[in-house]
Design a binder for this molecule. Structure first.
Ligand SMILES: NC(=O)c1ccc[n+]([C@@H]2O[C@H](COP(=O)([O-])OP(=O)(O)OC[C@H]3O[C@@H](n4cnc5c(N)ncnc54)[C@H](OP(=O)(O)O)[C@@H]3O)[C@@H](O)[C@H]2O)c1
Length: 343
């Protein structure tokens, strides 16, 4: 039976002002599909870039934005054995990425561009693109896991190999950054963190960071990080600034250490000397969220009673119908952790 739903559509052009809350009909699921009634979503920086036309200026419109979320299965096609109706689930960010390295097909299957995303009351997806998650998490927290949570976990423990007692540097206090901080502290690593704001640094220390640096006040923070580690440098950097910060991250990491290149908050292009990378044998590891297998490994890891729970840091929640206000709040950079939407 066809379902009437509501969703945000970016239509007529890029820009927050071109978002429209529309009524739409959702055809019944095909044999291998399910319908999720979304209860919560979280905002990712990518969603803002997508709406502004800066992520992919050639993205065809209309588009339903939104990279992640959480909800319950309300309909399933005849061949679907799992998930079942009533299960609490999250969608994979890259719908066709089950395991291994990403491919062209994987890039073409990401939610919120090029595929329609999650800023909607319902989504219809392949059953293989949906993962059942534990009920003990509140739904807003679950909605933060498929994109920011998986990215941070993949950088540290999937593609990376962060060990107890090692030093990690995390840039900023946004969604990915605070997941990386919490995951690393939970595993007994020491975490240094940068921020533009001293009050945010204090909050990061209360989450277990051992030192904080205000990057507005200390422009050569790479050297300061090395000093804070007794001159050695950190074992790994969660690099979120991109072009603006990479040179300082390279200065902060130890010889043989890893820079996990995840974000581009400070732009995509910069003049950069490759000398530190080759002379100091630094690994620069790109990270693109993660596969189904990575998401499942993270969920399993979070359920490890020996390591204690992780409570995602939720800054503010808006009703789904207030997406434009939520995106403008993200744009302001005032948040600490995740901004969520509630359906
Ligand atoms: N490759 C991937 O798979 C992947 C996945 C998720 C996200 N990302 C990328 O990772 C980045 C962070 O995403 P997010 O969703 O976590 O963002 P977010 O929650 O909006 O975090 C933004 C925060 O980062 C800090 N920041 C802003 N500009 C900065 C700069 N130039 N240098 C250092 N820190 C800066 C600020 O924190 P303070 O106020 O504390 O300074 C800001 O509040 C984005 O570029 C996003 O596109 C990539």
């Amino acid at each position: 039976m066809e379902l009437t739903t509501q969703r945000w559509e970016l239509t007529g052009g890029f820009g927050i002002e071109n978002l429209r809350w529309v009524e739409a009909s959702l055809p019944p699921p095909a044999a291998d599909e399910v319908v999720i009634e979304l209860e919560a979503m979280s905002l990712n920086y990518r969603d803002l870039l997508m709406v502004e036309g800066r992520y992919n200026p050639r993205q065809p419109l209309p588009l339903v934005p939104g990279s992640d979320g959480a909800g319950r299965i309300v309909a399933a096609g005849r061949d679907v054995t799992t998930p079942r109706i009533g299960d609490r689930v999250v969608p994979l960010f890259a719908q066709h990425w089950l395991q291994g390295d990403p491919s062209a097909e994987v890039y073409a299957s990401t939610l919120g561009g090029p595929l329609d995303g999650t800023f909607a009351r319902h989504v219809r997806l392949k059953a293989s693109g949906v993962v059942v998650v534990p009920e003990r998490y509140e739904v807003l927290s679950l909605a933060t896991l498929p994109c920011a949570g998986v990215t941070a976990w993949n950088a540290l423990f999937g593609l990376g190999d962060l060990q107890r007692g090692q030093d990690l540097l995390v840039l900023g206090t946004g969604g990915v950054a605070l997941f990386a901080l919490q995951f690393a502290v939970r595993r007994g690593a020491r975490v240094l963190i940068t921020s533009s704001d001293d009050a945010k640094l204090e909050r990061a220390m209360s989450l277990g960071a051992t030192a904080g640096l205000n990057y507005r006040e200390v422009s050569e923070w790479g050297r300061s990080v090395r000093q804070l580690t007794g001159g050695r440098g950190v074992d790994q950097v969660v690099e979120l600034g991109g072009a603006q910060t990479l040179a300082q991250s390279l200065a902060a990491v130890r010889p043989g250490g890893t820079v996990s290149l995840i974000g581009n908050l400070g732009g995509n292009e910069a003049r950069l000397s490759v000398i530190p990378i080759l002379m100091r044998q630094i690994r620069v590891q790109g990270v693109m969220v993660g596969s189904r297998r990575t998401l499942e490994a993270m969920v399993e890891d979070l359920s490890d009673p020996g390591l204690g729970p992780v409570t995602p840091v939720l800054d503010r929640t808006f009703p789904l119908t207030e997406l434009p206000q939520a995106l403008r709040y993200l744009q302001s950079g005032r948040h600490f952790g995740k901004i969520c939407l509630e359906a």
